[in-house]
Design a protein around this ligand. Structure first.
Ligand code: BEZ
Length: 219
């Protein structure tokens, strides 16, 4: 979109970024763990997370924290895949530096995207940015390949691994279809019931009909 149109339509979307509910674009890629094809992950949750650049402080802190949480993601049937526009040799050098300097092995694949093909397909490029770095985006993809959550953070603000785990748990809980998760929900906490859709349902639900909390019996 050129500046004139953007100025005239400040609410118009600035890129063709993916939306929640879209099929995650499939792609084959080279990674630090060998070849990777997104569709090979069907049947598992996937968190595909982009970072702006290798060898940068915020990204390094995120990678160390995510690597330490790999067993928790694995226990939730969730595969992790990092991505940036840096080359495979750059990724390998960075991961080796993390291993030697911080004693942390990055066991999840880190995808190279020097052609920007994946970044473009997902809308990971900030159209206002002055370079090709991907934004700090994360895509939570369900076992059917559907995008369920998208987060975008600026380059200067690191993500929370605890929040990634919490969001994944919430997605897996609501996937059962019976309830929704309220603010700050964590496994074991009360859930909320969908609001009634008819007068009879509203009457039956009582005075809290627009927000009925319920002890979570499924967990
Ligand atoms: C970082 O990860 O530290 C970073 C990356 C790109 C721009 C600024 C900071």
């Amino acid at each position: 979109m050129n500046d004139r149109i953007a100025d005239a339509c400040p609410l118009a979307p600035l890129s063709s970024a993916l939306k929640i509910g879209d099929a995650a674009p499939d792609f084959p890629a080279r990674t630090t763990q060998g070849d990777f094809t997104l569709s090979d992950m069907r049947g598992r949750w996937v968190i595909l997370f982009a970072h702006p650049a290798d060898f940068t402080p915020v990204c390094t802190s995120e990678f160390i924290a995510i690597a330490r949480a790999v067993p928790q993601f694995e226990a939730m049937n969730c595969a992790l895949a990092g991505l940036s526009v840096d080359s495979l040799p750059a990724h390998l050098a960075w991961l080796e530096a993390i291993r030697t300097r911080f004693g942390v092995t990055i066991s999840f694949p880190v995808i190279e995207d020097p052609s920007l093909a994946i970044a473009r397909a997902y809308g990971m490029l900030d159209v206002d940015a002055r370079n090709s770095a991907t934004v700090r985006a994360a895509y939570f993809i369900d076992p059917h390949g559907i995008v369920r959550v998208i987060t975008w953070y600026p380059a200067t603000v690191g993500r929370s691994v605890a929040e990634m785990l919490r969001v994944l748990a919430a997605l897996q809980r609501v996937e059962q279809g019976d309830v929704m998760t309220p603010e700050g929900w964590v496994p074991g906490a009360d859930v909320v019931l969908p609001a009634g859709q008819t007068q009879n349902e509203v009457l039956a639900a009582g005075p809290d009909w627009f927000m009925t909390m319920q002890r979570d019996t499924r967990g």
